[in-house]
Design a protein around this ligand. Structure first.
Ligand SMILES: [Zn+2]
Length: 398
């Protein structure tokens, strides 16, 4: 059993004591102080944005994330969709699916899943035979295919580390896009064609024309449908148009708009679009589906779950910068994949203090009962909330 990062790279193998805790946790055989220890250890793995790789099978690595059950507020180990199953006698097979969650395929709109690197994305289906008729764009299979675009956007956000804010880790917008492009090298559009080869990080006429000419001249797609990706920070998506500062009229798209968390939010938004033709042999390329995740600002592509978080999130970032100026390094992390309760933010410092917070007004599910979870709405004001957060991390430090 190993702790791995989001690229599958090993961080450490578990110590014997950690392994005992993890196995006992999975079996439900722990008691007393061990339950607390296991929860603290799992919370730390989660706060670091790491996963657990199981070694129960030779040649296959089931990957688990530390998820929060939205109904009970308790932690559990959940297998990442798209990774191999555990061996049938593995202790971690138990409870590897969220209690009460629908089995895969039961729902039309599964939550966004982590997409494993080096597996073919195939984000768009082949052209349909015109005689088979139209109108299947809303079928469950088509919805799942579109959902993969949102999953890809969230996966690259995680893998590029954009869901982490810390003053000492702050990077420029150029560096953030470079990190996104670097992650895209690990994701093939079709067999052996890295997404980064057909990715433009600007949505405007010039970059669309560049992408179109590369797609048109490409031989790597063989008989498969040619497609590329457009990624950019945009102002808004309205109707079937994407608006950014590069065009007042917006850019049309033909398919669906996939929203993180299913609700519209104000911009800026990080948008990922599929760029292809709609009919076989056509030379007319256009944006097909668009997935968006709201981000904090045009300079900081940190994901925002709900509009109501924006102001408080800016305050939190300012507090983190202030604490850094006093020598206390606090890291803010938002897990965007692997759970249903996406309003949670995890603050940690030097890994010995961990505080989960939510900036939304209403709980999305029953609250975690833990002493280390706080909701902004339970404080008198953002100022008193800020005082609590700085006190939590600074008390006894200086
Ligand atoms: Zn296993």
């Amino acid at each position: 059993m190993k702790i791995v990062d989001k690229n599958g790279q090993q961080v450490q193998t578990l110590t014997a004591a950690e392994r005992t805790l993890a196995e006992g946790f999975a079996e439900g055989s722990l008691g007393g102080v061990q339950v607390l220890q296991a929860n603290q250890w799992l919370l730390r793995v989660r706060a670091q944005g790491h996963w657990l790789a199981c070694d129960c099978q030779p040649g296959a690595v089931p990957i688990m994330n530390v998820a929060l059950n939205g109904s009970t507020g308790t932690l559990f180990l959940k297998i990442n969709p798209g990774t191999p199953e555990h061996a049938s006698d593995c202790v971690f097979i138990k409870g590897s699916r969220e209690p009460g969650a629908a089995a895969p395929g039961d729902t039309d709109e599964p939550p966004a899943a982590w997409l494993a690197p080096d597996a073919v994305l195939k984000l768009i289906s082949e052209f349909r035979d015109p005689s088979s008729g139209v109108g299947s764009g809303g079928s469950p299979a088509a919805r799942r295919e579109q959902q993969r675009l949102l999953s890809l956007l969230l996966t690259v956000i995680e893998a590029a580390g954009l869901n982490v804010y810390a003053t000492h880790l702050k990077t420029s917008l150029t560096e953030q896009f470079a990190a996104l492009r670097a992650v895209a090298t690990r994701y093939p559009l079709v067999d052996r064609v890295p997404a980064s080869n057909y990715l433009e990080t600007r949505i405007d006429m010039k970059h669309m024309m560049m992408l179109k000419s590369r797609l048109k001249d490409s031989s790597v797609f063989g008989n498969q449908r040619r497609y590329g990706l457009l990624l950019d920070c945009v102002e808004r998506v309205a109707g079937r148009k994407v608006f950014n500062e590069r065009s007042r009229d917006g850019f049309d798209f033909q398919g669906h708009h996939l929203l993180w968390g299913g609700t519209h939010a104000s911009g800026p938004l990080l948008a990922l679009a599929i760029y292809s033709t709609t009919t076989r042999g056509s030379q007319f390329y256009e944006m097909i589906h668009v997935a968006t995740v709201p981000v904090l600002s045009r300079a900081q592509l940190f994901p925002v779950f709900r509009d109501e978080e924006r102001e408080a999130l800016k305050t939190l970032v300012a507090l983190i910068d202030w604490m850094a100026s006093k020598g206390v390094k606090v890291t803010l992390r938002r897990p965007v994949i692997g759970g249903k309760v996406m309003d949670q933010l995890i603050l940690s410092s030097d890994l010995d203090r961990v505080l989960s917070v939510s900036l939304t007004q209403q709980p999305l599910g029953p609250e975690p009962s833990s002493e280390t979870f706080k909701r902004l709405a339970d404080f008198k004001s953002i100022e008193t909330f800020g005082k609590y957060v700085t006190g939590f991390f600074m008390r006894g430090r200086s």
